[in-house]
Ligand binder design. Structure first.
Ligand SMILES: NC(=O)c1ccc[n+]([C@@H]2O[C@H](COP(=O)([O-])OP(=O)(O)OC[C@H]3O[C@@H](n4cnc5c(N)ncnc54)[C@H](OP(=O)(O)O)[C@@H]3O)[C@@H](O)[C@H]2O)c1
Length: 279
């Protein structure tokens, strides 16, 4: 089926396009540099012709509070109107675990606004909440750097690889609209300070991680696995045996203060020895 991926040139979008074509679907990357701009509406009607599904994995170029709110509300509004006009049957959006639990974050307030527009938008929908991507580790460290020190919470988080995000997002994309949020997370609960310290060590980065007290939040996880709309192959993670939507299992309560994404990095360091964590 034709699936338009808004933000299809980005980290998650480009991986999703590749996986969709491996599974026999026609994934079309839509982004400003392919001639589609959801803020202006440029190219939207054209790219949606014949599309059955739209996946929105776009991101705001600016994370300033007003900019990011404008980005997610305006782009989502334009997108939903264009989808209705084109007869798109499923709108999928990638968001973040805990969006509604950290209103102090302008980025998360914008994601909440995006999600509300989707719920009210009139296009059958699925929203996937993912935990932080491993690929953002370097940027988390950068955002927390003061001089030679990286100040991070000792609270737990449950990061995941972008490849695993796509492995969960794909089957939801090609499945029936969930009409609810599906949460997904990484395999291990780790202290943010330890995790980032390990990554820095593995990369030979000389900065010292200094632990700060955590702030509370929590998050469940439950990835789906099937890339087919065939119900006999639908993921047991998304349906109960009676066919009713299943509530996602909840993870252990964890603590984190850095929830909003920042920018790419590598997590080749996972499992490496933590170093220099004070307290
Ligand atoms: N970071 C995390 O830990 C995390 C966790 C959970 C969920 N998420 C969510 O995951 C999503 C994808 O993140 P990502 O890291 O893959 O993003 P990314 O790599 O920054 O890619 C963003 C994409 O959005 C496109 N874009 C920007 N402005 C656009 C516009 N006006 N119209 C259409 N497309 C536009 C970009 O196109 P150009 O390259 O042409 O500018 C690019 O393809 C985000 O919505 C984020 O909130 C992130």
């Amino acid at each position: 089926m034709k699936i338009v991926v808004i933000g299809g040139t980005g980290l998650i979008g480009s991986k999703l396009i590749a996986r969709l074509s491996e599974h026999g679907h026609e994934g079309v990357a839509a982004a400003p540099n392919t001639g589609v701009n959801t803020l202006t509406g440029e190219g939207l009607a054209e790219v949606l012709v014949g599309a059955e599904v739209v996946v929105d994995v776009s991101n705001s170029p600016s994370f300033a509070d007003a900019d990011v709110l404008d980005f997610f509300t305006r782009s989502t509004g334009n997108l939903l109107e264009a989808e209705k006009a084109a007869g798109v049957g499923h709108h999928v959006a990638l968001s973040i675990v805990g969006t509604d639990r950290l209103p102090a974050s302008g980025y998360l307030r914008a994601k909440v606004a995006q999600e509300q527009l989707i719920r009210d938008g009139g296009v059958p929908w699925s929203i996937v909440h993912a935990t932080q991507f491993y690929e953002f580790t370097a940027a988390i460290a950068q955002a927390a750097t003061v001089g030679d020190e990286v100040h991070l919470s000792t609270g737990y988080f449950q990061p995941m690889a972008a490849d695993d995000v796509v492995a969960a997002l794909g089957p939801i994309t090609v499945g029936e609209p969930l009409g609810r949020i599906q949460e997904i997370g990484g395999p291990s609960k780790v202290r943010m300070s330890d995790f980032v310290a390990s990554a820095l060590t593995a990369q030979g980065d000389p900065r010292t991680v200094v632990a700060d007290p955590p702030r509370p939040t929590s998050g469940p996880c439950c990835p789906a696995t099937s890339w087919s709309r065939d119900p006999t192959r639908a993921s047991s993670a998304r349906r109960t045996t009676s066919g009713a939507p299943r509530r996602p299992p909840r993870c252990e309560r964890h603590l984190t203060r850095h929830v909003a994404p920042v920018s790419p990095g590598s997590c080749a360091a996972r499992g490496a020895r933590a170093r220099s964590v004070v307290r």
